[in-house]
Design a binder for this molecule. Sequence first.
Ligand code: SF4
Ligand code: SF4
Length: 449
Amino acid sequence: MSRTMKKRMLVVDDEREMLKVLSELFSDEGYSVCVAEDGIKAARQIEQTSFDVVITDLKLPGMDGISLLQKTRNATPNTIVIMITAYGTPESASRAMRLGAFDYIDKPFSLDRITSTVQKALEEKPVTEGVIKKDHLSAFVERLKAFGTVIAPQERDGRISFHRLNDISQLSLNYTSTILPLKYFFLPSSMPETDAFPADLFPDDTELGAEPKVFFGVHPHDMQAILRLDEQLGKKKHDLDYLERRKSVLFVGTDDSPDEYSFARGIGAYKRQRGFDIFLTDIGDKYFVKVNTPEGEKLLHNFDRLSEPTQKDRQKIERAEREAQRDQVSIGCHPAALPELIKLTLDDPLWNELEEKCTSCGKCNVVCPSSVTAFDTVKERAIEKYLHSAKDYGKPSCVGCGRCARICPADINPLRVIRALNKKYEISLLSKIFNLHYHQESYGTDKPK
Ligand code: SF4
Ligand code: SF4
């Protein structure tokens, strides 16, 4: 198990002034800073020391920044690498990000920009990591039980739902989606009185209290849905019942097996880090275990089944992580453009067509993981999910789980709706977005005109 708690930084640049500025800046911030003026010297330092952060220029004498990035990833995969450059191109930026750079910053940059990037990277950095053999999963679950009741996905009558895990043989980690979301564990009062869903899909009385729980096997977009509920119910409404149940909870994540209804990656909600105390990546006969929080760290402290990944494991981890993040489904536009798309299409006849198809069964409201409001029409739902929520929280509240589409008797599918609207309004959308940026750039304002 590797631990990387110290803040050691290497700054690599052939501009002496840049080395001086960054070195003084981060030394004042409490980092232990080393510097190098060329790639070869930097590579030597990287072989000898495990740095927390490497800030490197792209163009360097001896060895360029990209080769140094690769060298760092091979030598110390946990090191955060931030590229800086005065000669950036979209190709070099995308190559650097693909190879594992945390960020790519164009020169000149403000000191705030570089310090906030380093801070963000360190916050997201795992505290502990290692691999565990799948044969040892039951010991891992026993560890989780030290915190509280383990709630995990299990198969019942061919359907997956989250329940108290009494026996490891009940665990079903490889699943596409549950029918119902996790929100009912935190909001029992919102459980609908309906016979449209089998009762055993909902949590039972013994699973609903506020005692400590570990949710094991949660997918990244379902975690994002919980974080959106935190915004709506915790921060905005200060719902005491929700906050009480949400208080003593840890989350252990795993990847999903997406189907044709899932569009979490396309809508930018497939985030494997944020919200999770621990994340497990399947690498064949083992899991790669990434611990993200001090609570997760405490839980796995001295856990003897966790071992250092071998070189072969490292290769498998890289492959699995790349695969998990791959954009499998495009929604047709950038997620940040969704509010504009909805605004542009408010009078489109498609909304009336959808109203005519909709049977008003309300199932989509029951299965949606990221809101507790029941919407009467498809259009109302889209306005809230893609327009208002983006205004209130900076992102759509829809996390692209696909549950509403899977369950809808009228075959209404938000992914198809977004794609259809985008296809029809693409040109207007692009010119609108261009104008927004143009006005921001021209007048230096944060507010869209
Ligand atoms: S599930 Fe489909 S048919 Fe039922 S209310 Fe939602 S959109 Fe309408
Ligand atoms: S609107 Fe549909 S796809 Fe989006 S989060 Fe809700 S259930 Fe999932």
